[in-house]
Design a protein around this ligand. Structure first.
Ligand SMILES: NC(=O)c1ccc[n+]([C@@H]2O[C@H](COP(=O)([O-])OP(=O)(O)OC[C@H]3O[C@@H](n4cnc5c(N)ncnc54)[C@H](OP(=O)(O)O)[C@@H]3O)[C@@H](O)[C@H]2O)c1
Length: 356
């Protein structure tokens, strides 16, 4: 029995990934174990079976008997050979702290897959492991936990993995041959619920995702459901203004944003500025969502945790400063989130408060 893949961060993305990777790696190699590194409180989730569901397909279970869950990597490492792949599924806010924890897992051939939203957190990993291939991975769908060991995919899309140019890392070319079968198997076996593809322009893809994720901060400040936030013209105006700043920053960097939503990136602000009656008709897919759903920054604030704002709105602001492009709406929202992160009790800000 040996570990080919390790997942660090037993949360929503880690759980959904583990449910599929455990089964697929076992099919490829009958003695493959999947190492999951997580907090003690998450351990009871990862039993011999995980449950998966989504908006389109019936509830399914996955055989995950080959998962080995550990809370401490130093106790695990001594007798093992290094995993081929370490998937980092923690939030951007935990990236610096995770470096010493993953060091025992990273051998000379190990590739690290950074699954974080936003821009720039992978730089910490590249700096810590300069000789290892570090690739980024974009999860387009949202995952929530419905019950213990039950991970639910709330939207669709293809998981995108960064394709590095051949020859960039001495070990990568060989690695690619070892990693591709797992991605092919995921597609073959679970293409309906876990489609994967390789992406040659990850920068552009992540900046496009970052634009969409700007909504996250406004949802958190509104203290409403996502649907209620989007049905408020004032909040939509704020999101549109932030997106316009983001688009200007991307254009100045020469980044052509790929289309990852029904509406092309540059037209989203226009749609957001439509009057309510027209917006709710034309952007039906945006508002036709679970009326209780909230985005991750809302949950972070609710649980008293730091948000990922530094890597989302913060990325737009830093690039704007570097390029001489003003980002006033992002600055206001950023400051408001930072203040709310420190507040002893939860409160809401209206669109008028933010647009003053
Ligand atoms: N959830 C989604 O729908 C979704 C969709 C697309 C992209 N993403 C992105 O994917 C990334 C992961 O998000 P998530 O929602 O899966 O986060 P999550 O549910 O908070 O899961 C992360 C888990 O990792 C744990 N963790 C943090 N540092 C650790 C360490 N050093 N060792 C072991 N465990 C550690 C966290 O514990 P503590 O909280 O106790 O530190 C938490 O249990 C984020 O960048 C997010 O933006 C998420």
């Amino acid at each position: 029995m040996h570990v080919e893949h390790a997942i660090v961060g037993a949360g929503l993305i880690g759980g959904y990934l583990a449910a599929h990777l455990a089964d697929v790696t076992l099919q490829l190699q009958s003695d493959a174990r999947l190492l999951v590194v997580g907090r003690d409180y998450a351990k009871s989730q990862f039993g011999p079976r995980l449950t998966i569901s989504d908006f389109a397909t019936p509830v399914q279970t996955r055989d995950t008997q080959n998962i080995e869950f550990v809370t401490n990597t130093s106790s695990w490492a001594s007798t093992e050979r290094y995993p081929n792949v370490v998937w980092l599924t923690i939030k951007c806010t935990g990236i610096k702290q995770v470096v010493p924890d993953i060091r025992p897992l990273i051998g000379p051939q190990t590739i690290v897959v950074c699954c974080q939203n936003g821009i720039g957190s992978d730089a910490v990993i590249r700096q810590a492991f300069p000789d290892n291939p570090v690739i980024r991975c974009m999860f387009p769908f949202n995952v929530v936990k419905l019950n213990k060991g039950h991970f639910h995919r709330g939207s669709s899309g293809t998981v995108m993995l960064e394709r590095l140019p051949l020859g960039q890392y001495p070990v990568f070319d060989d690695f690619h041959q070892r990693f591709s079968p797992v991605i092919d198997a995921l597609n073959e076996q679970y293409g309906e619920v876990f489609p994967c593809a390789w992406c040659s322009n990850m920068d552009a893809l992540l900046w496009a995702k970052c634009q969409v994720n700007l909504t996250n901060s406004v949802n958190a400040l509104s203290n409403l459901s996502l649907k209620e936030t989007l049905l408020d013209k004032g909040y939509r105006k704020i999101i549109a203004l932030m997106m316009q700043e983001h688009l200007a920053v991307c254009a100045a960097q020469g980044i052509a944003l790929p289309k990852i939503t029904k509406v092309a990136a540059k037209f989203i602000p226009t749609v957001l500025r439509l009057p309510n009656w027209l917006f709710s008709r034309l952007a039906k897919s945006m508002v036709d969502i679970d009326p209780h759903a909230k985005l991750s920054m809302w949950w972070d604030l609710d649980q008293g945790r730091a948000t990922e704002i530094d890597f989302i709105n913060g990325a737009t602001m830093i690039a704007g400063q570097r390029l001489g492009i003003d980002t006033p709406m992002n600055n206001i929202v950023y400051a408001a989130i930072k203040k709310m992160e420190k507040a002893p009790t939860r409160y809401a800000l209206s669109a008028q408060d933010l647009l003053k």
